[in-house]
Design a binder for this molecule. Structure first.
Ligand code: SF4
Length: 338
């Protein structure tokens, strides 16, 4: 797929002090992309939900991340931090619809050195234990890596750490700049994958399955630790056949790495009433099954009830995925099924 190019850039006042802001302006100065030193939300406050969402997904905001207190990130890592929030992808089920409903734009944090200084403090305070960090909890940072170069810088920072490890996940393929750098095995790059039906129906503006697997091949060839997140696992007519085709395709493409331990993280589809409401406003014709009466109601960690598959379906999914992964990737490790 084509690399994301914003249709407009907004710069917050504080961001003007940072080098990355000026590097990004320089990159786009000949592209006729309007650049504003204004507040994006105020500028477009009169738009309705759908119009605001559509324009946000094409807008890049340069900002400063002042958050020094990191949130925990179980089961993926000890903490999460962000170089970016939001993403140009338009996945109908994206959990950011709940968490960042009012801010669907792509915000790039330009104070990368300060962000990494803060990470260093967390690592040092926890020595001699190893501290792990997730980079993709509120964004897909690879989606704009061709604009920021921040993931590369962060991987190089972690390559010098004895007690810090980095994890990130993506549905995009802007990974070429990460291939020939020293990562020192301290970064794990996972790919979020799914069946062609799910990608084509729900994951608009993201890379295709073929492109993601091709990127996984390159990342494995560069010696990174790699894994796959299958999320959301969705039950639909023909799901078993489609997921089996997915595993068989991956096995063929990644045969060369069959002795390497590849990890899998498995997350079933879930929704909250808040996300349902937002999804139906933004995607009125969605094919996602959002009927809470067919689901099990469970208390979620973010203070909302979530609706998950009924126990029998969930058990069937778990059994199916464990069997297929063992069959196609016998040396792999399933980190969790949730
Ligand atoms: S790529 Fe990830 S972060 Fe971006 S919209 Fe899709 S699920 Fe959300």
């Amino acid at each position: 797929m084509k690399k994301f190019i914003p249709s407009q850039i907004f710069i917050e006042k504080d961001a003007l002090k940072y080098k990355l802001t000026h590097e990004i302006i320089e990159k786009f100065k000949n592209n006729n992309i309007p650049i504003f030193e204004e507040n994006f939300k105020k500028t477009f406050k009169k738009l309705n939900e759908q119009q605001f969402f559509a324009i946000s997904k094409k807008t890049l905001i340069l900002s400063v991340n002042k958050n020094k207190k990191l949130e925990t990130c179980k089961p993926s890592a000890d903490y999460q931090f962000s170089l970016v929030s939001g993403c140009p992808g338009i996945c109908e089920y994206c959990y950011l619809q709940t968490k960042h409903a009012c801010s669907p734009y792509i915000k790039v944090y330009v104070n990368i050195d300060e962000i990494l200084d803060n990470i260093q403090k967390y690592i040092d305070n926890n020595r001699p234990k190893i501290t792990t960090f997730e980079l993709s909890s509120i964004s897909d940072p690879i989606s704009v890596e061709h604009i920021t170069g921040s993931v590369k810088k962060t991987i190089e920072f972690f390559s010098t750490q004895t007690y810090g490890k980095l994890r990130l996940v993506t549905k995009f393929t802007n990974i070429d700049s990460l291939l020939n750098i020293n990562h020192n095995n301290n970064t794990k790059i996972r790919f979020s994958i799914n069946t062609d039906y799910i990608i084509n129906t729900f994951e608009h503006n993201t890379s295709s399955l073929e492109e993601r697997i091709e990127s996984a091949y390159k990342i494995l060839s560069s010696g990174y630790n790699t894994g796959f997140i299958i999320a959301p696992i969705i039950v639909y007519e023909g799901w078993k056949k489609d997921y089996e085709n997915l595993f068989s395709y991956m096995k063929r493409k990644l045969e060369e790495f069959k002795n390497k331990e590849i990890s899998f993280e498995l997350i079933q589809f879930r929704f909250t009433l808040k996300s349902k409401d937002i999804i139906l406003k933004r995607f009125p014709k969605t094919k996602l099954n959002l009927n809470e009466n067919e689901r099990l109601k469970k208390w979620g960690p973010y203070g909302y009830y979530k609706y998950v598959y009924q126990k029998e379906i969930s058990n069937e999914l778990k059994k199916y995925f464990y069997e297929k992964i063992k069959k196609y990737f016998p040396n792999s490790k399933i980190e969790y099924f949730t």
